[in-house]
Design a protein around this ligand. Structure first.
Ligand code: COA
Length: 178
């Protein structure tokens, strides 16, 4: 699916494929070093290319999970993942994660990815709750999530340990009617 970005460039969003694994691992290691808002830092993503391939394959084979990539100028610049369980009692809910290369922040890519994902989630029919954790001081992300109807359901203490300091996170979630 194609979108127009605020800088005039074209954004393409599609499901991740196994051949994206190397680019995704390199991108994740790089973004880990660009922000302290993720559960991993620089070179700390902790997935080999082979493991990433397996992850992509498993997600593609599961009807209630999704991994999408944002592509600008033929380069992957962002990732959105949604992982839900196969267990019947909890298969209606899952966790979302999103990250974008710093050079591409504030162009509307995050909004386009969440929009794409939410349309998929509604059409999916199984998914009724999307949850995520976000650092309490990550205002850009919190604003973005609120814009799409996510609400703060809880305040989790000492969720992250970064450079010798603990950080709290919000548990945010959005429910889908039906
Ligand atoms: C959070 C993230 C995914 C947002 O992606 P993005 O492509 O920059 O998002 P968008 O451009 O669609 O929207 C950003 C919004 O935040 C607003 N914003 C920008 N800087 C802001 C700030 N310092 N404080 C509050 N809001 C801010 C923008 O105005 C925009 O709002 P709008 O759509 O109402 O104009 C991206 O910044 C990122 O990958 N950050 C690092 C990793 C991360 O924090 N991931 C989330 C972990 S929970």
């Amino acid at each position: 699916m194609l979108f127009n970005l605020k800088n005039g460039k074209t954004l393409r969003i599609r499901k991740a494929r196994e051949e994206d694994a190397g680019e995704i691992v390199r991108l994740s290691d790089k973004i880990g070093g660009e922000t302290d808002n993720l559960t991993f830092g620089m070179d700390d993503y902790y997935f080999s290319i082979e493991e990433e391939k397996i992850l992509i394959r498993n997600i593609r084979n599961r009807h209630n999970c999704l991994l999408i990539v944002a592509i600008v100028d033929d380069k992957i610049v962002g990732i959105l993942s949604f992982i839900a369980s196969a267990r019947k009692r909890i298969m209606h809910r899952g966790d979302m994660g999103i990250y974008i290369l710093k050079d591409y922040w504030n162009l509307g890519i995050g909004s386009c990815m969440i929009d794409y994902f939410l349309k998929w989630a509604v059409e999916n029919n199984t998914i009724k709750k999307i949850a995520l954790e976000v650092r309490t001081d990550n205002e850009r992300a919190i604003n973005l999530y609120k814009k799409f109807g996510f609400e703060i359901e809880g305040h989790l203490k000492k969720s992250l340990f970064i450079d010798g300091r603990y950080y709290d996170t919000y548990y945010m979630a959005k429910t889908i009617e039906g």
